[in-house]
Design a protein around this ligand. Sequence first.
Ligand code: NAP
Ligand code: FE
Length: 379
Amino acid sequence: MSISEQEVLLSMIQQYYMPAQVITGTNCIQEKSMLLKSLGQKALIVTGRQSARLNGSLEDTLAALKTNGQDYALFDQVMSNPTIACVYAGADIARSEKVDFVIALGGGSPMDAAKAIALLACQDIPEEALFSGTYGKEVLPMVLVPTTAGTGSEVTQYSVLTNDRLQTKTTLSAPHLFPRYAFLDARYTLSLPYITTLNTAMDALSHAIEGMLTKRASGITDILAAESIRKIFSCLRILSEEKPPTLTERDQLLQAAMLGGMVIANAGTTAVHALGYSLTYFKGIDHGRANGLLLASFLSFVEKTRPERVAQILKQTGLLSTAAFKAEMDRLLGAKEPLSTDEIVRYCDIAMKTRSIANSLVSPGIEDLMAMFRNSIRV
Ligand code: NAP
Ligand code: FE
């Protein structure tokens, strides 16, 4: 880097904000149960339909609440890619049960739902205004416990909901949606099947790589992203269906996913997430896989204009070129889903309207998006 480039960077004002207190380690919920005490007398526990009962997170949380003499209600109806109806139903329970705070146990879906529930429990917001951001700051305090290693939602201010009105997934985003506490205990992720482990790792990788390819990337988010990419790649290289990750590897993935969340909390995402939402909404493709399918094409697209930036990312992966990156992603992703030209046009039209396109370091036009899609799936 020349002196003048360094000077330009040093003269730029940068800031970073992520107010959640993060607690990590085996049995951290029970060991640090006293932290929950100040949040109130009664919790709403928000989960998916099954996994929290099986991975130990619900049992540990109930034990922690019992130690503190705190009461709880359970909302265990969160589906993957939670709907608007689901979060209003959860908020109704929060109100009728008069809870003081919310605890989410699960992947991104229960964590994101919990954020919207915590907001809707305090404020009467009609559905039409839900994504407007034009409401007050009142929100119930939140405790998030990730049981997948992917979304990093435990350290973001985003709640991604399925938006049938716009036929896509829309993000609620506000500074008061950051949780109070995030508890990371990798034991809860031991029960994840291979495919969910892979797909969620792809989401985390996508957050870190996309974060480096946004206009809002900073020196701080770059450091977080680089470490996240390094950790994920070292796990992806040895991930196989036959040999599940060890607890140490699971912990590495969980930490990497959190770092990815810390990246997008400040840098945001790019065209990859914008396009990926249509693959999930219309084709039912898992969120992480949808991003994974598009990542290599986006990297190649940006490389044409900003090769030095892409080289910084590749350096963390240990791969020498975008072609090698694509080959590695193809190996991990296996057979790809087919898409018709009409579908591609429709999904690109939807993506073009999102903020993530403008936030991309190199903003793609509609033709670029269509080319990215063609290179990412089976046409
Ligand atoms: P998920 O939809 O939360 O969970 C996927 C599946 O994994 C569910 O069937 C779930 O079962 C199961 N599961 C969860 N933990 C498990 C465990 N420990 N063992 C076995 N199975 C387990 O998937 P996700 O990828 O974590 O989250 C995706 C959502 O997050 C999407 O809606 C996406 O848009 C959003 N997202 C949010 C952000 C953000 O910053 N807020 C960032 C990226 C993505 P149960 O249903 O029984 O729990
Ligand atoms: Fe994501």
